[in-house]
Design a protein around this ligand. Sequence first.
Ligand SMILES: Nc1ncnc2c1ncn2[C@@H]1O[C@H](COP(=O)(O)OP(=O)(O)O)[C@@H](O)[C@H]1O
Ligand SMILES: [Mg+2]
Length: 353
Amino acid sequence: MTGQVAIHRREGSFSDRWIAYCEQQGIAYKVVNCLDSDIIKQLSSLHALLWHWVHVDPREQLMARDVIAAAEAMDVKVFPSTSTCWHFDNKIAQKYLLEAIGAPLVPTYVFYDLKEALSWIDRASFPKVFKLRRGAGSSNVRLAHSAAEARALAERAFSSGFSPVPHYGQDALKRYRAAKRQGDLLNVVKRIPRVLATIQDNKRTMGRERGYVYFQDFIPGNDFDTRVTVIGDRAFTYTRNVRPGDFRASGSGDVVYDTGRINRKCVEIAFDVTRKVGSQSMAFDFVLGEQQQPFILEVSYCYISHLVHSCPGYWDDRLNWYEGHIWPQDAILIDLLNDLLQSKEKGWPACIP
Ligand SMILES: Nc1ncnc2c1ncn2[C@@H]1O[C@H](COP(=O)(O)OP(=O)(O)O)[C@@H](O)[C@H]1O
Ligand SMILES: [Mg+2]
């Protein structure tokens, strides 16, 4: 089947559902590989591109934003658009962006000079949260309990640096639990050599994070964080409990779908920020301060689709509640097609039945 919507296929990504949805609805689409050297030529006869590119693929990290910006220059509608993803997997970019639009980001400090960092550490209060700009599932987030710990982290940041790729052990327990749930332990063991080789390869390609140091004020007393995923005018919400004896929720796998736990201000802020950024979709991590005021920790256009689908419903931007389960991939595709429908150029919307 050929058509005017291009989908970059990667098994296990949003593309599985995008393709299934197009098949079901009779929407003409074409599978492309955005890593092809002539991808711009391939896209020149198409109207839209859907590409769930991810931070764990060093090749996509290297070139996805460039291809997207180039495609937009030819009037191809892309998910994720540049506004949606230029700051993806980059907490430094997010700091500047959220500050620029007056969003309630946790006070965040970044230094590009060791002397300046050390002088700030001398004056700062502790604990602070140390983060690498890249990473997910809390793998590159830790607490600097004291000035001495912060100094050691800063010194390393300006010398050997840190690998942003989590080592095998960091995810081992999660892998073990998932495999046990699926009765798949033997296969996990069989896959170990391949996973180790990929980790090694990614470490080499991604290089080390160095030449900057990033700290955030620590917001204490949060037993869970709040994840708000905005897609167009829908907001899906859930909370994640922190790991036992830890302050970190992301990646704990302990998800709670209790709307009673959701501070509505988080939803309002999420809609407001998404609109100001001009993003098609944005997932927010929130913690709450002493007065229950929401603080944004980070934002991302990528998320785990089944966790969003499991939400019992969603809010619109007037905080009306709609019951029911929706695949985020469907919502993304529907929004992109609506975007196409509104455009009169290129003989739209021949691809939409
Ligand atoms: N400044 C902070 N104060 C309190 N808790 C934090 C702070 N920053 C991060 N956390 C906790 O650590 C987790 C991971 O941090 P986050 O910035 O979301 O990184 P990741 O990209 O790994 O998800 C969050 O889910 C939250 O529970
Ligand atoms: Mg997070």
